[in-house]
Design a protein around this ligand. Structure first.
Ligand SMILES: *[C@@H]1O[C@H](CO)[C@@H](O)[C@H](O)[C@H]1NC(C)=O
Length: 119
């Protein structure tokens, strides 16, 4: 009986620590939109890995001009300032914040992040 409980605990620990290492899907926020937010589960916090503002894909945020898909401005530091260690965050996808890396292209913010257990 004690053995069963012991092994059960072990597998729970393994299971939850494994989840810490799973990356979430990249978060996409279209230019000048104010939703969705980045949301981590209760008692976990956003940890930004990297963020780009621009366009590298033709299938996201299609309500505007897509004349190129090679526009990349790295904005990791700025997005970290807005979002790191919050449980929920609405960053900005706007030329006002980052400048305009490619005029006349409808851009988006692409953020890769994890939800980490906080202290
Ligand atoms: C977002 O960035 C990730 C990682 O760089 C990339 O794999 C993904 O294709 C990007 N998504 C879009 C819509 O650009």
């Amino acid at each position: 009986m004690y053995n069963v409980v012991f092994y059960c605990c072990l597998c729970l620990i393994r299971h939850t620590s494994g989840q810490d290492n799973v990356d979430t899907e990249p978060y996409i926020l279209c230019e000048d939109q104010d939703s969705p937010s980045i949301v981590c589960p209760t008692a976990t916090f956003i940890k930004i890995k990297d963020a780009i503002y621009g366009r590298t894909d033709g299938s996201a945020c299609t309500d505007g001009d897509i004349i190129s898909t090679s526009c990349i401005l790295t904005v990791t530091t700025r997005v970290e300032q807005m979002c790191n260690y919050k449980q929920r965050c609405l960053p900005k996808a706007s030329n006002d914040i980052y400048g305009d890396p490619c005029e006349r292209i409808y851009k988006y913010l692409n953020v890769t992040y994890r939800c980490i257990k906080g202290t």
